[in-house]
Design a protein. Structure first.
Lengths: 267, 267, 293
């Protein structure tokens, strides 16, 4: 059992539960403080059609989108504003952790929602910054939503955390995509409604591929995909958001002994 | 194959015949499936029974608390019909019993004053060929989960039947005199208290009578459900459900295994 | 998706050497040193470790979507079954499964675990989306896979979690396919009022009972024939949906779906079981909102 160094006289705060705190100390991770990153912003309203595509609207988040009837494709404007909101919050939490001299952030929780209406977004990240005893600080602190013994398991499996990640992709099915025929049932039963199918697939694969592009041989796990469908001016927008963790494999995963099945009489 | 009892629809016959040839279906979770196998039983198939029942009108008198016997009889009969059909299907399969029975009630918009009672469970059969049917020669039924079924079997007891008792009780309205007399005081609403007592006792007694009829020595996993009766005001329905059990002959010296106490580090 | 409640007892817990730990955590920041190619999964860490113990690892998140049209007027109150809805459901499910299998083959996976099925039935179409994690065999030093079961290039699809898969496979049962049986039945047309009059009698409504009963039995038969078609001998963890349709109240929906399984070992192996009684009470996780005044 490694000797546990008592924390320095300077007080620290942490959001770890007691078992996680004990596990972190026994792993040699010393908590230095609770850090957070926060961003709230507005997304300017965006038009479905624009007859004048080269007019610059006064908000950096908005892009005018022109759709031909019957078009299925990606919509970038809204996605990039959400992604940059998350990115800004992440940058801020990393800066706070860096100022404390931390090596990484454990127990990161991500909250994203619309605080007022559809056109606003709020991102709140918080976690506990830790220092790895006997090691030097990396250039950018690593982040992970795990803490305590789960983090220990991750490391024993030969994986190290890199970052929490968010991606989002919106696909649109513009009006007139044969929906009057296929979507209303006039065609009969049993026809594949390809435009809707394509839009769904595009949204999902777009989100996953966006992460793969930046992953750079890291692995993505604990992915949570949520898909949201909405309609605006007769076009259907399908948005897929993805939250996950990037980890990197640095050692072969050693096989674990088969666990013993038990019957729990406690509940 | 014995001829189908006239109560079950003809489609049931074809489906059950398939199940007799080794195919099985179940809504047991994987844990429950393995535990049922561990107890020495093999699942045969999903068995269902349902009944759409119209409940006759009955109003209680204003001033006195009383059981609404017609409504009680209706709720009882309806559930009995559903459960009996389920048992018949299990009988048809040659099962020793049914585990994980769920009793549900569905109300439909088009069904005024009527409801559908459904009983669903998984029929099981002992792998060593000994019969586990109850004293009435019918397959046992129980709402025990797979885990509870295994644990019960370790004690040497086996389920005999799912027993229930019902009571629909009308509660007298408080008279004006009573209300005025207790204005501004903390007071017990004795009408209600007495009515609840009586109703619960009736429901539990009926359940115990059923248990005795089937030759059981006790009831486990008993629960008392109290619902505002769906049609009729000031009426409450008590449903008492439990699994009647009896010791297997020759298991007097079986002692259940002692559990190990643990503290888990999962949160 | 989190795994079950079986604690990892018996696993050797080696104390992490501090220096080693620091080096490993520091290494994470250098690019290009990962020894294995990236993979994507929606499994939790416990599930990944359990899969490794049977020789599998997650490969990619795969999904499949089926959108099929339903003709106009299919939901008007008639008699018997809404066959259009049933055929649309099955076609949508087959399309979704086929897309998922294509993604599986691309990822060189042997099957998909933890499939979540989302079913949306509306007036004019049926949309089914299936999402899961494809798993592939881990290859040992000599290049041969540790997971020995050969699915003959027909990946399995199952809604079992990775944990359930490991437990089931240790007993000798393996998943084959996701199968479903479905029935949309009209309630009988004859109005209840005329059937009963002003009756105060308790009576069973036999024609209603029979209609719904038959509908459910048909759905279960479909399920059984799909299990046999997939080559399975059984089904575990059937999910049952049984309710009136939200947009057409006179139609009752019954869906039963689950994973078809088959015993591939010679006989069922019982896991050695032990009883435990945990002494912990629930621990409340820290919430930042509690900081607000």
């Amino acid at each position: 059992m490694s000797t546990v160094t008592a924390p320095e006289p300077k007080a620290f705060d942490s959001g770890l539960t007691i078992p996680d705190f004990a596990a972190c100390l026994s792993m040699g991770l010393r908590p230095v403080g609770l850090v957070q990153g926060y961003y709230v912003g507005q997304i300017a309203s965006w038009n479905n059609y624009s007859a004048y595509p080269d007019i610059n609207y006064p908000c950096a988040c908005m892009e005018a989108e022109i759709h031909n009837p019957g078009w299925v494709g990606r919509v970038d404007g809204l996605d990039s504003s959400w992604a940059s909101a998350h990115g800004t919050a992440l940058t801020r939490i990393l800066k706070e952790a860096g100022d404390l001299g931390a090596h990484g952030i454990v127990g990161v929780t991500t909250e994203m929602n619309h605080p007022t209406n559809e056109n606003s977004c709020e991102v709140h990240l918080y976690g506990t910054a830790v220092v790895v005893e006997g090691s030097h600080a990396p250039r950018i602190p690593w982040t992970t939503q795990l803490a305590g013994h789960k983090l220990a398991k991750l490391i024993e499996a030969g994986l190290v955390p890199v970052s929490v990640i968010y991606a989002r992709c919106t696909a649109v099915m513009a009006e007139g995509c044969y929906m009057e025929f296929y979507g209303s049932g006039r065609c009969g039963t049993g026809y594949e409604i390809k435009p809707l199918q394509d839009a769904h697939e595009l949204a999902r694969s777009g989100a996953i591929n966006a992460v793969k592009k930046v992953a750079n041989r890291a692995s993505l796990y604990d992915v949570k995909l949520s898909v949201h469908e909405s309609e605006r001016y007769k076009s259907t927008y399908i948005t897929c958001s993805l939250l996950g963790s990037l980890v990197r494999q640095v050692r072969t995963t050693l096989p674990i002994a088969s666990p013993v099945p038990t019957i729990n009489l406690g509940s | 194959m014995s001829t189908l009892p006239s109560d079950l629809p003809k489609d049931a016959g074809a489906r059950l015949a398939e199940l007799e040839h080794g195919l099985f279906t179940s809504d047991l979770s994987v844990n429950e499936f393995l535990l049922v196998k561990q107890t020495g039983f093999h699942p045969l198939g999903l068995v269902m029974g349902s009944s759409i029942y119209h409940i006759g009108l009955q109003k209680g008198s204003w001033g006195s608390s009383q059981e609404l016997t017609k409504l009680t009889a209706a709720m009882y009969n309806a559930r009995e019909l559903a459960m009996n059909r389920m048992e018949e299907e299990a009988d048809q399969l040659g099962a020793d019993g049914v585990v994980g029975v769920r009793l549900d009630v569905n109300f439909y918009e088009w069904g005024h004053d009527s409801a559908e009672f459904i009983a669903v469970g998984t029929a099981v059969k002992a792998e060593d060929g000994t019969s586990y049917r109850n004293k009435l020669g019918k397959p046992f039924t129980s709402d025990l989960s797979g885990q509870d079924f295994w644990t019960l079997a370790q004690t040497g007891f086996m389920p005999q039947a799912l027993v229930m008792g019902t009571c629909v009780y009308h509660i007298a309205h408080r008279t004006l005199g009573q209300a005025l007399g207790q204005l501004g005081q903390n007071a017990e609403l004795s009408n209600f208290t007495q009515a609840m007592y009586d109703a619960r006792e009736l429901a539990m007694k009926r359940m115990q009578d059923e248990a005795t009829n089937v030759g059981a020595t006790g009831v486990v996993g008993m629960r008392l459900e109290e619902k505002n009766h769906q049609w009729g005001e000031h009426a409450i329905e008590f449903l008492s459900l439990g699994t009647a059990v009896a010791r297997r002959p020759g298991s007097e010296n079986v002692s259940p295994p002692r559990p190990t106490t643990i503290i888990t580090f999962d949160n | 998706m989190t795994g079950g409640t079986a604690p990892l007892e018996g696993a050797e817990h080696k104390e992490a050497d501090l220096g080693e730990l620091g080096r490993l955590l520091g290494e994470g920041q250098h690019h290009g040193d990962a020894i294995a190619g990236g993979n994507t999964s929606d499994l939790s860490l416990d599930e990944i470790l359990l899969l490794h113990s049977v020789g599998l690892e997650p490969a990619d998140v795969v999904f499949g979507i089926g959108c099929v049209s339903i003709t106009q007027g299919a939901w008007v109150w008639g008699t018997g079954e809404v066959t259009d809805a049933r055929s649309a459901f099955h076609k949508a499910l087959d399309d979704a499964k086929a897309t998922m299998r294509r993604g599986c083959r691309q990822a060189k996976a042997v099957g998909v675990l933890g499939v979540e099925v989302e079913i949306e039935m509306s007036h004019h179409r049926c949309v089914i989306v299936v999402t899961g994690t494809a798993v592939r065999p881990v290859v040992d030093q000599s290049g041969s896979p540790i997971f020995k079961v050969d699915y003959h290039n027909n990946p399995f699809l199952s809604d079992l979690s990775a944990r359930d898969f490991v437990v089931l496979s240790t007993s000798g049962w393996y998943p084959l396919d996701l199968v479903a049986g479905v029935c949309y039945a009209h309630a009988p047309r004859r109005s209840m009022g005329t059937a009963i009059g002003q009756s105060t009698q308790n009576v069973e409504l036999t024609n209603f009972t029979e209609t719904l009963y038959q509908a459910r039995e048909e759905a279960m038969e479909q399920l059984q024939s799909h299990i046999t078609a997939a080559g399975g001998t059984g089904l575990v963890d059937a999910k049952i949906v049984d309710r009136p349709m939200h947009f057409a109240h006179h139609v009752v929906e019954f869906i039963a779906y689950g994973t078809a399984i088959k015993m591939l070992a010679k006989e069922h192996t019982h896991p050695t079981m032990s009883l435990v009684m945990p002494l912990d009470d629930v621990v409340n996780k820290f919430e930042a909102t509690s900081l607000a005044g």
